[in-house]
Design a protein around this ligand. Structure first.
Ligand SMILES: *Cc1c(COP(=O)(O)O)cnc(C)c1O
Length: 400
């Protein structure tokens, strides 16, 4: 189905009146984003900290719009660390990710990064050695990222699994014990445990993960008298590209976290969603260049493509969209059109993989019409292969 009105009225109005030379364009509705983040924050118990995983969309305007509602940001590289520190100075950062380099860890120490999520014994040793070179600094607060085995069927619904099975992410829980002696006598302070096992889970599945991670942290804490104070249960809240009006059930998740927190006094719980915070507040707007029929099927070729919006190619879905009809057809020949039939929407790249939506029924689509692809506020422009074929970059508009 073509999805009518999967766009806010303000974004639709701007999408319709942008000069043709501005297309393709990414539009972000920062007011809608702020309203969504406010509602997410309100659904969570006060004691739970909400961080934003910057890799979902690190645009400074997005980071700033979220700032009133989050207590910090999760960053996954030295580049993100420096960028987010500059965009939203003064807000706490947690630095995670596998394969942190010596330079990145030095940068993290230099920028006084509030939390470092250590992903291996070797990384912990390197961090301890680098921290020892800075005896004047405050101790470095560290969480161990663990890759706990998943409960039965728990990650079955996940779009992407980073853990719960063999993976390069985090520590095997059996190795966590071996990390504890490495911390002794160092300038590192073990604050707690971090886990981010999968993306694309619903609230009950994520609550089961959170409960298991927290119970595991407590058991480790009690076995060794560690005095842990924090458990970061990760992000991964589901975004359903087939149901663009649906939202993750933040109310149920918040209620479940409140119960979990009540059962673990002394532990501060933290979550770090990316996609579910920003996906719904961005659109990729473009125009139909041509429509043709090939071996009985209709194809609409749009300006731009998956080198700007790689999400549908990367995840294998149809990107939901709204057609914004235009009357502008000034050519002296008939306007190419598809009428009441399934249309495959492809881009300008010379590869059959450049498909944004496949065989989607539309009432009417004509060359010159505009299309606003929804759910393009996360893992969209910033995961795309911009340089392939050397087409011009899109423009960016942030509606405040
Ligand atoms: C990517 C990532 C997140 C955010 O995941 P979403 O699916 O966007 O919510 C959170 N934590 C870590 C460690 C990540 O790598």
């Amino acid at each position: 189905m073509e999805h009518r009105l999967v766009i806010t009225p303000r974004a639709a109005a701007l999408a319709g009146r942008l000069p043709a030379g501005d297309l393709p364009s990414y539009l972000y509705d920062l007011a809608a984003l702020g309203e969504h983040a406010r509602a997410v924050r309100a659904a969570l118990p006060e004691s739970v900290e909400l961080s934003y995983a910057a890799k979902a969309n690190p645009a400074p305007e997005i980071l700033t719009a979220l700032a009133p509602y989050v207590s910090g940001y999760e960053v996954s590289s030295g580049g993100e660390l420096a960028h987010v520190r500059e965009a939203v100075p003064g807000l706490p950062l947690a630095f995670g990710g596998p394969g942190k380099t010596e330079d990145e860890l030095r940068l993290a120490l230099g920028l006084r990064t509030e939390r470092i999520h250590a992903e291996s014994e070797s990384e912990l040793r390197l961090l301890a050695a680098l921290a020892a070179e800075r005896p004047g600094d405050a101790p470095v607060d560290v969480l161990l990222r663990v890759n706990l085995p998943a409960g039965d069927g728990e990650l079955g619904g996940a779009a992407l699994a980073m853990g719960g099975r063999p993976s390069p992410f985090g520590l095997d829980p059996r190795r966590a014990e071996a990390c504890l002696p490495l911390l002794r006598g160092t300038r590192l302070r073990l604050r707690g445990i971090h886990a981010h096992l999968a993306s694309g889970l619903d609230a009950p599945a994520l609550l089961a993960v959170a409960a298991r991670v927290t119970a595991w942290a407590r058991a480790l804490d009690e076995r060794h008298g560690l005095g842990l104070t924090e458990v970061n249960v990760g992000g991964g809240m589901a975004v359903d590209y087939a149901r663009p009006h649906a939202r993750f059930d933040w109310a149920a998740y918040g209620a479940g976290l409140a119960a979990l927190a009540a059962g673990h006094p002394g532990y501060r719980l933290r979550i770090e969603p990316g996609r579910a915070l920003t996906a719904h507040s961005g659109w990729y707007v473009t125009e139909v260049l041509d429509i043709k029929h090939s071996h009985g099927e209709a194809f609409a070729v749009v300006r731009g493509g998956t080198h700007h919006l790689r999400t549908p190619a990367a995840k294998g879905h149809d990107q939901p969209f709204t057609v914004l009809p235009t009357d502008a057809w000034e050519r002296p020949w008939p306007r190419p059109a598809a009428l009441d039939e399934p249309v495959t929407i492809s881009g300008q790249l010379c590869t059959p993989k450049d498909v944004l939506a496949r065989a989607v029924p539309v009432a009417e689509l004509r060359a010159g019409d505009r299309i606003a692809f929804a759910m393009a506020g996360a893992y969209a422009w910033n995961i795309s292969h911009h340089d392939f074929l050397m087409h011009p970059a899109p423009t960016f508009h942030f509606l405040s």
